[in-house]
Design a protein around this ligand. Structure first.
Ligand code: SF4
Ligand code: SF4
Length: 96
């Protein structure tokens, strides 16, 4: 499952600096994928561009955003079920 950021986020930015996929954006900032820009998914606090999150598969054993967040605002998005193989394929597509 990709990660999502919940409303407890205090917008400290710590997670953004750690994301190897550049999947974390400040609230209100449009997200980008392969040269295409998409509307911000949240205006109130940092958010994860779900399509760019691999749960850090391809880089690390653990989601880096979850290890640094001081407010435990980065949680697994249970609404998006993805296998490790699917996350690996996403990683390869993102970095091809
Ligand atoms: S789990 Fe990894 S890839 Fe996904 S948002 Fe967090 S740091 Fe980025
Ligand atoms: S580290 Fe946590 S509190 Fe800070 S911006 Fe990320 S989700 Fe929000």
């Amino acid at each position: 499952m990709p990660i999502k950021i919940i409303d407890d986020c205090i917008s400290c930015g710590a997670c953004q600096a750690e994301c190897p996929n550049e999947a974390i954006y400040e609230g209100g900032v449009d997200w980008e994928l392969k040269g295409e820009t998409h509307p911000a998914l949240c205006d109130d606090h940092f958010y994860v561009a779900t399509d760019k999150c691999t749960e850090c598969v391809g880089f690390f054993d653990e989601p880096q955003c979850m290890t640094v967040c001081p407010t435990e605002s980065t949680v697994k998005d249970e609404s998006v079920v993805m296998s490790k193989e699917e996350l690996q394929a996403r990683y390869e597509a993102l970095h091809s």
